[in-house]
Structure formats: structure tokens, C-alpha cells
Write a protein that binds this ligand. Sequence first.
Ligand SMILES: Nc1ncnc2c1ncn2[C@@H]1O[C@H](COP(=O)(O)OP(=O)(O)OP(=O)(O)O)[C@@H](O)[C@H]1O
Length: 263
Amino acid sequence: MTVETRQSSGAEPVAALRLTALHKAFGDTVAVDHVDLAVPQGSFFGLVGPNGAGKTTALSMAVGLLRPDGGRSAVLGVDVWADPDRAKALMGVLPDGLAMPERLTGRELLTFLGQLRGIPDHVLTGRVQELLDVMELNDAERTLVVDYSTGMRKKIGLATALLHGPRLLVLDEPFEAVDPVSAAALKSILVRFVAAGGSVILSSHVMALVEQLCDTVAVMAKGRVVAAGPLGDVRGDGTLEEAFVRLVGVDTGDREGLSWLAS
Ligand SMILES: Nc1ncnc2c1ncn2[C@@H]1O[C@H](COP(=O)(O)OP(=O)(O)OP(=O)(O)O)[C@@H](O)[C@H]1O
């Protein structure tokens, strides 16, 4: 598929993902408040924020899983809501709480999804085997996805996101519940994906992981982006965790209460 990699003016590269005034409210709760965000092509982008900041809602709208109340999302210049087929071919998505056909083995699931994507059989068979190898899911050859552990579900979810060779990966908490050995393997896949020109957006609560992997970050709080840019600019002289606490205004002072725990 041909996609634009430069704006028509010729100067600015097209963003891997661009959110423009993206907005969503659930009743009186404004989950995402007119968010503007540009994720540069080739970046490893970390989205962080406290619980309820709006990360999952923003990413769900960005990838076409949740209809926004307003605003736009474009992947490599392709509007996700106006041209979903083209946009979704460019993206691999690991959503929060991924629903997938569960009464299939990992191999069956990947083969089924690859066929839905129109990947020719001779290409698909090799890709499925490679993904099962890399994710170390071969030992679970006869296990149905419904019986997978949480970490195994993350791994098969990431495999489904990679299957069609996307240009952008959007991953909601990809390392949650993944053991350290598997996490190291997943990290190296993602680093290689970015080195080969792909772009990754991941949300995480683990600041050390974001600092280790990401070159660009955005901090969300109360539905808004309160800081975004190169990692070094956002964290300043301290750690990302210190910058996060400063930016979201977390109260870290001593708290009263739970005195019964000290007895
Ligand atoms: N389907 C829904 N119905 C009602 N409110 C919702 C729904 N989804 C999200 N919200 C609300 O929107 C706000 C943002 O939630 P969201 O899940 O996007 O945050 P988050 O940053 O991903 O949080 P976490 O880090 O805890 O996963 C929260 O106040 C949440 O209660």
C-alpha cells in the first residue's frame, strides 16, 4: 500500500499518529478533553498517566475501536474514521482487555486472523511459526487461548498485532503480567521493529520501562496532555517518575488513616 510519508508541502514528515482535538465524555465524565498529539514516525512513544487519566479511551479512539464525540485521528495521514480499512491495514493494535476467538489454539487463531487479513497461505504459514517461536508459545501448541495465562494472552495478542506487517503498533500495557524473560523477548522485537522504520506507541504505568524503551513521551492527566516531547525534555534533570509526580500533581505527603495497620 502506498502511504504519504511527507506532507504535500514537502517539508514536514507525516506523523505516524496524529490526534486533533480528540474528545470523549461518558455522561458527566470528560475522559479525553480535546487532545492534540503528534507521534513522529520512527519513534518509540510512551503514553503515561495516572489511573483514569484517559489513556485507554484516547488510544481506543485513535485506533478506531471507540467512536469519538469529536476530533480526528490519522495514521500516516490516513483518517482512521473516514478511511478505516486503509488505516487499519497500517496499524497493529493490542487493546486493553483484548477480545479474541478463544476456543482456538494460538496457531489456529493466528492462521484464522491472517486469512481474514488476506495474507497468502504460503506467507502466512511461515509468519505464524516465526511468531509462535518468538513468543515462546510453541510449548502450548495444544492449549486453547481460553486456557492461556494473562501473560500468554498478551503475547498472542502482540503476535496478532504484528501478523500483517503494520507500520505502527499501538499497545495498551503490553508488558502487564508478562514474565521478565518473555518481556525481554518482546522488548527486543519492538526495538527491532522501530529500528526497521516502524513506530510504536505504548501505554504503561512502569516509568522505568518507558525510560528504557521510549525516546518520546506524553503525560496525560484528567483527560489532557500535560506534557509531550522527547524523553529528555519531559523528564528534565530528574527521573521520569519525578517529572510524572510533578506534572500530575500527585500528593505524596503523609496520609492520615489506616492506623489499624500499624497496631
Ligand atoms: N465505558 C465507560 N463508561 C463510563 N466511563 C468510562 C468508560 N471508559 C472509561 N471511562 C472513564 O473515563 C475516564 C478515563 O478512563 P481510561 O480507562 O481511559 O483511563 P486510563 O488512563 O486508561 O486509566 P488506567 O491507567 O487506570 O487504565 C475514567 O474516569 C473512567 O472511569
